[in-house]
Design a protein around this ligand. Sequence first.
Ligand SMILES: Nc1nc2c(ncn2[C@@H]2O[C@H](COP(=O)(O)OP(=O)(O)OP(=O)(O)O)[C@@H](O)[C@H]2O)c(=O)[nH]1
Ligand SMILES: [Mg+2]
Length: 201
Amino acid sequence: MSGKSLLLKVILLGDGGVGKSSLMNRYVTNKFDSQAFHTIGVEFLNRDLEVDGRFVTLQIWDTAGQERFKSLRTPFYRGADCCLLTFSVDDRQSFENLSNWQKEFVYYADVKDPEHFPFVVLGNKIDKLERQVSTEEAQAWCLENGNYPYLETSAKDDTNVAVAFEEAVRQVLAVEEQLEHCMLGHTIDLHSSSKSGSSCC
Ligand SMILES: Nc1nc2c(ncn2[C@@H]2O[C@H](COP(=O)(O)OP(=O)(O)OP(=O)(O)O)[C@@H](O)[C@H]2O)c(=O)[nH]1
Ligand SMILES: [Mg+2]
């Protein structure tokens, strides 16, 4: 691998108020606003990081979760390398809407191979005492819907926020490595007289 920094676009999706902007702001500026305003449209911030020896510039796209802003956010889904499906553990409806967010993303991002697209699920606001979604239930949803990684976060307390974004990078790198492996398999196949080649693509 070269030492060049890789630009990765990750996008935060989920119902209005689950804490998408708070997660991005906590991660990039290490600040938390308990009176945050709803996002209108989209905003993005960059942060450089190193994951497993790879230098990455993470471009984090924060979208407006409220339904009335749908037409303002969906044009920005294309080109995303990873999608962070976010809900709030104290808001059951936001958990039940995860499937809709996933579908909306796949449709507007025009994902060709949804089964292998790197989604990461975040259950935010774990600092709150009154939960409406248990860890086990969220893990079960992730397992059933594509075996996605699940992380519980608190933008308020800065719990698992960096871990969540690092996991997003790992998921993208894993897919990239898989693709490189496939391409290498094809290269070898072309120059080989035998019929054995990669079977992963
Ligand atoms: N207790 C607690 N409150 C949080 C946490 N994250 C966000 N909040 C609060 O929840 C409210 C909504 O947070 P936002 O980050 O604006 O939510 P959002 O998902 O960006 O909402 P939209 O922009 O409307 O889509 C704000 O009052 C935040 O202060 C958290 O981890 N714990
Ligand atoms: Mg927001």
